[in-house]
Design a protein around this ligand. Structure first.
Ligand SMILES: Nc1ncnc2c1ncn2[C@@H]1O[C@H](COP(=O)(O)OP(=O)(O)OP(=O)(O)O)[C@@H](O)[C@H]1O
Length: 292
């Protein structure tokens, strides 16, 4: 079933329609979903056609303090290969929760189910809305050819001058203001992930899911990126689900979930190393660009 949805079109969006891959389409739909759920008014001109599955991602009722609610979720890519085998957990609003699991344990599949791009075969999922997903591959997170377009598409109802000011401010928070007019294909993997997070945060998601976002980074960039995200979301009451297979990343989380062969095998305190807090304190944004 296809349903039409109404938005104000932009030439950039129309320009990239023919270049969609499946991932790019998911990313673009995600951005529009975020824009729509954050907007107070809508102006009418048809742009994006949503499938029934995509429409299921629009807001559903959730308890006030709930960030993520997952109840007995099962999923299989084929009849003989179940991937998620009865996963249940809840994440309260504002918690920075990490999911740790080895390769093939079902982490990415769980992310897609939480995000709504896959439907569970059994059980159900509720998440505070809107939800943003950062994919493992940096190229899957950026839709537009230039950095400034990635940002300005996330800012609505502002003058061009104000849009540029907000976008530059957001880029400055992730240390990349000098790349404002750069082409996306010239950025490193780490830079792409920073651009993706900074632009998505402009849309104020209630839940941010990051699926192994540091996979393309070296050890020191990984740590910087983790500190940065933790700092950016810390005052926003944003629920964060950070998925990783790296044991050392857990010390930044409020809570750790471990997944093995599609089952949750641990839910509790992460192990912290003593230097984590001091590293976190070193990263403090000059200005809080997410504040209204
Ligand atoms: N699109 C797909 N079609 C068929 N099988 C898939 C698909 N995506 C994942 N799988 C299978 O599902 C299982 C879990 O994969 P998933 O990507 O969720 O694991 P993961 O924990 O994220 O792994 P990694 O850490 O390597 O990314 C694997 O056996 C994988 O082969």
């Amino acid at each position: 079933m296809k349903v039409r949805c109404t938005f104000q079109p932009t030439p950039l969006v129309i320009g990239c329609v023919s270049a969609w891959t499946r991932r790019k389409r998911v990313t673009l739909v995600e951005r529009f979903r975020l824009i729509v759920t954050n907007r107070k008014t809508t102006s009418v001109s048809t742009l994006v056609v949503f499938s029934h599955r995509e429409l299921l991602q629009f807001p559903t009722k959730i308890e006030k303090e709930e960030g993520i609610f997952v109840e007995d979720v099962h999923f299989a890519w084929s009849k003989t290969r179940p991937v998620l085998k009865g996963i249940s957990f809840q994440v309260p609003r504002g918690q920075f929760c990490m999911i740790l699991g080895s390769n093939g344990s079902g982490k990415s599949t769980l992310c897609e189910v939480l995000y709504g791009s896959l439907l569970p075969h059994q059980g159900f999922v509720r998440t505070a809305q809107p939800v943003a997903l950062i994919h493992q591959s940096p190229d899957d997170n950026l839709v537009f050819p230039t950095v400034d377009a990635e940002f300005t598409c996330c800012i609505r109802n502002e003058t061009e001058q104000k849009k540029e000011e907000l976008a530059r401010n957001a880029l400055r928070q992730v240390g990349l203001e000098h790349l404002f007019y750069s082409r996306v294909d010239g950025l490193s993997g780490g830079e792409k992930q920073r651009v993706a997070v900074a632009s998505l945060l402009l849309l104020s998601p209630a839940v941010l899911i990051l699926d192994e976002p540091t996979a393309s980074m070296d050890a020191s960039s990984r740590e910087d990126f983790l500190c940065l995200v933790k700092t950016l979301v810390s005052k926003k009451n944003m629920t964060v689900l950070w998925v990783t297979h790296l044991l050392e990343e857990q010390s930044y989380a409020d809570r750790l979930l471990r997944i093995q062969s599609g089952k949750m095998i641990y839910d509790g305190e992460p192990k912290r190393d003593t230097t984590t807090l001091s590293k976190l304190n070193k990263v403090s944004p000059e200005e809080d660009y997410l504040s209204p």
